[in-house]
Design a protein around this ligand. Structure first.
Ligand SMILES: [Zn+2]
Length: 117
């Protein structure tokens, strides 16, 4: 997972001109079934959900599914959300800044910056 995440880190740090303020937690599950039962993610995880980034704690949570290329794509997409959340959260504030961002904005940037080529 580190080998997949490091190139995304380099790419997204450059694209967004932002260095993450703390280490990035990534929680990886062996299967989608395990992911759906994650105690880390509040609420239900739908069958079609491929990954989640929690604004609180900025945790990226995803399962290993499909091909390595699919997992890599989801990882890149979720890491964009980690950057977004990090960029809008005021240091020292218990409130995640992402709550102020509309979903269409968060997901739109995620899709554009991690578009498949
Ligand atoms: Zn997303």
């Amino acid at each position: 997972m580190g080998r997949l995440a490091e190139p995304w880190y380099t790419r997204e740090t450059g694209l967004l001109n932002h260095v993450l303020t703390t280490r990035q937690p990534i929680i990886l599950y062996a299967s989608h079934t395990d992911f759906e039962q994650s105690p880390v993610v509040p609420g239900l995880i739908q069958e079609g959900t491929r990954g989640v980034t929690l604004s609180l704690g900025r945790k990226v949570v995803l399962p290993l599914t499909g091909t390595l290329a699919d997992t890599d794509h989801v990882l890149g997409h979720e890491l964009i959300h980690a950057y977004q959340f990090d960029m809008v959260t005021t240091r020292g504030s218990p409130e995640p800044g992402a709550a102020r961002l509309p979903l269409w904005f968060v997901e739109g940037i995620g899709r554009v910056l991690v578009a498949r080529t």
